[in-house]
Design a protein around this ligand. Structure first.
Ligand code: CA
Length: 231
């Protein structure tokens, strides 16, 4: 097949690299592999992959440095591969331009879903004028033009901040948005805010949108990182 999408995997652990390789190959992706940061950077410039999977712990360059260098010349979606112990690095990577993250160990379905989301967002930013005007999923409808939120056919009243939050998450459905990113987007870069205000607003939103706020169906908490809305 000539039109396979290329995924660059920058990962020094051979077993994980092989595992990803097998999953992606059997799902019609073309895989390029780099065992260190420098090879990764060079493959990125020579092959223009559609998505990059980037391990944060590499033998030569720091994963964050690889991320920054790629962001210097490309907006290719980057999914960071992190270990459970790298909570802080994960958030830094997201705030530093990574699009998403996946935590080891991960399953095939999770990996494929992350890649599909990254590819979808890549297409959307490529044609920036055609942003979706409506979010509609499992009975929740958000009309961005009319600023209306409907749940199972009933109009839901949200405060202005709540609406901004929900529409930001819905317009990035499937992607994790970090606390810092959301705070800056909603309250502005200089606002004196912290995660608490976000948690309070999210609790109110969940009371209005979720059948069971303790087990949300539409907006998920990514512990220590941020929120992700159902795609
Ligand atoms: Ca590693």
């Amino acid at each position: 097949m000539a039109n396979k999408q290329t995924i660059l995997v920058i990962e020094d652990e051979k077993n994980i690299g092989n595992y990803i390789d097998t999953i992606l190959n059997s799902n019609e992706y073309k895989v390029l592999r780099a065992m260190n940061g420098r090879t990764g950077l060079s493959l990125c410039t020579s092959h223009h992959p559609e998505v990059i999977l980037l391990d944060l712990g590499l033998p030569d360059l720091d994963g964050m440095e690889v991320l920054q260098q790629i962001r210097g010349f490309s907006s290719v979606p980057i999914i960071v591969i992190s270990a459970r112990t790298q909570e802080k690095e994960k958030v830094e990577a997201l705030d530093g331009g990574a699009d998403d993250y996946i935590t080891k160990p991960f399953g095939a379905e999770e990996l494929l879903a992350r890649i599909r989301t990254a590819l979808r967002h890549r297409l959307q930013t490529g044609q920036s004028q055609t942003q979706d005007l409506i979010y509609s999923k499992d009975g929740l409808v958000i009309d961005f033009e009319r600023r209306l939120v409907m749940l199972q056919g009933n109009s839901i009243h949200l405060t202005q901040i709540e609406y901004k939050l929900v529409s930001l998450l819905a317009q990035n459905a499937g992607r994790v948005l970090t606390y810092d990113f959301i705070l800056k987007e909603i309250w502005g870069p200089y606002a004196d805010t912290d995660n608490q205000i976000l948690r309070v607003n999210m609790a109110n939103i969940r009371r209005k949108l979720e059948a069971n706020p303790a087990e949300p169906h539409y907006i998920f908490t990514e512990i220590g990182v941020g929120y992700r809305m159902l795609e």
